[in-house]
Design a protein around this ligand. Sequence first.
Ligand code: 9MR
Length: 746
Amino acid sequence: MRRTLRAAAVPVTLAALAATANTAPATATSGPATPAPPYERVLNGTFDTAKTPWWSSGSTPTTVTGGRLCADVPAGTTNVWDSMIAEDTIPLEADQPYTLTFTASASVNATTHAVLQLGIAPHTTTFNKAIALTPAPRTFTVTGVSKTADLHGQLSFQQGGAAVPFTLCLDDVSLTGGVVPPGGGRSFGSPVRANQYGYQTSGPKKASVVNASRRPVPWRLLDDRGRTVRGGMTRVQGDDAESGDHVHIADFSSYRRPGTGYTLHVGDDSSEPFDIGADPYTALSKDALSYFYAARSGTPIEAAYAGADYARPAGHVGVAPNKGDTDVPCLPGTCDYSLDVSGGWYDAGDQGKYVVNGALAAWQLMDSYERSRAQGNHQGAGDGLLSIPENHNGVPDVLDESRWEMEFLLSMQVPAGQPLAGTVHHKIHDLAWTALPTRPDQDPQPRYLHAPSTAATLNLAAAGAQCARVWARYDKAFAARCLTAATTAWHAALAHPDLFAPDSDSVGGGAYDDTRVADEFSWAATELYATTGDRTYLRHIDARISTDGFSWRDTDGLTDLTIARLPGRFPAPMAAAARKRVTAVADAFVRDEQRQGYPNPYLPADGGYVWGSNSAAANNAVVIATAYDLTHRARYRDAVLESLDYLLGRNALNQSFVTGYGERASHNQHTRIWAHELDPALPNPPKGSLAGGPDSALQDPVAQQNLPGCAPATCYIDEIFAYSTNEVAINWNSALAWVATFAAAR
Ligand code: 9MR
């Protein structure tokens, strides 16, 4: 139940909210003061078609009928909050009046309580008023003054303890108040934005500076003792469309003295501090890869490896209250067997496990290994580098870690003798969303296998073929298992090319829907050909990399990246063509990065940032890095390092998106495990966790409440319920790990 959520640390944005709330709203300089506009604080109070983001207690099912929200209220519950209809994450300002109006009726004369309070401890109340309902709809008004500034306001209608069951209908719910306009009151700190972690001694060193001047302005680099060690003039980059900022670039690349606590100054403004060092990225590579151990399912996370804060009992090993994952049935009506699908990594802030995303993340770790081996990079191909149970076992740690997922992926294949044998279940997850926080071993939800999909089947074929290749030298039996599963999956996909996971299947887990699988066919054929040399796969290899990049849904680019990684295994003309395309796309990404005020290699054609835009940035950096491997041209390597600058703070938000890396680093990511914002006894996500990043489509209520009107590059908030901008996810950390490992000097 939501009421168990606990106190939140006050995020920076709340401080901004409080500060803004204390200043009077803008008024005309003469004449009577203009009253603050009545800002609407409720999302979807008219219930025209949908009920989101409203929710109700399990006891109180609701439907939207005739443009109203109607609820079946049970009799005989104990507490008034045992029957609730509510909306969460309503921003409240301290000392501001709020006015609620709504229309309501009940099938019998009954009472509800209209309550505005914090949805998390200490549940500070703005108003709590008993409302007498009648069969005839009536309109009510309730007012109160908020005592606190908090993003976690909760408006609810509570009617537990009713003597007889009744139907309650609500409409035209409106809550107005506050002086901060929706999307206002945000502060991004200093206009001088640098990589808040560290620059490589030999690499580019630039900061982006928001400055209205049309002419260059002076900058100074200060060391940790406040001495100016270098100075220069900015270059005027100009108006930056994605952020709306007018940006200058300060370039101090020529400064090469290692040290800590440097700051870049323009006028009275200074950047967050940063280091300059020979190898800042070995640490990031290690931390980004260590994320996966902390996210493992099916095994206790041990303090000896993860640190005491991150230790937890094994999740989903068939021990109550868990109902998975050792014997998981199919969703009713889809099959009549059950599978042991324990293990793998939890996908993200939720505890679902999804084959398409898991295979991409595992592939990316294995690709990092293959790349590192080919390039002699110890960090990505060494044993004993990560703090995991399998270190010092003679196998590179990154392979050990990816195997944890591979074993799970193999277990998702439909067994021989069953209908659709050889295809792969799309996903396994909870029947309903659990509350935040929920530790994996405490998840009480039933879990189900969802129907097989062609996309999942081809993902297993691709990752399985790669698995066979990379494990051949370390564990022949495992390599053989991977290859058998991959070829079986391939043939099953050919036989069933149109099993599509629906986009509507997103309750209790993500949909990961994908109806275009030509790209997965090509990628799987590429991996299978690279491993086996069997020419029958060649005619299926037809996808190409493009400036759309790649993702769990669009894997076109992985065809060319694999060919470019392993040119000797492909016919020479294919290898030459792939190489040409990869470098051309990398050139475009470098151009995109350089023509923006902030060095993001992701510049979508429509200007909008997608859900998980940081992974798009990191994956585009992977393409640029691959161009470096193909050409050894320094400009590609420099562009990769600047992409890391973007992720680590040189951006429109002055925000490092990597936990533990920088003064203003994301740490309230959406996760049920490391939900420190909601329970101070829990840790923040582990160091090296990447947040999803700006998403200009505002796809969750927190984003809709707090980010309307945001410039695309600023549509981000470090708040735990903002899942569309601030989730952790395995495919995002795999991209970060790949890039950081590339950048690591060892
Ligand atoms: O990364 C996914 C993104 O591309 C989609 O737009 C989004 C909505 O479908 O889902 C994202 O994946 C989430 C998944 O559905 C459930 N687990 C958390 C994932 C990261 O937010």
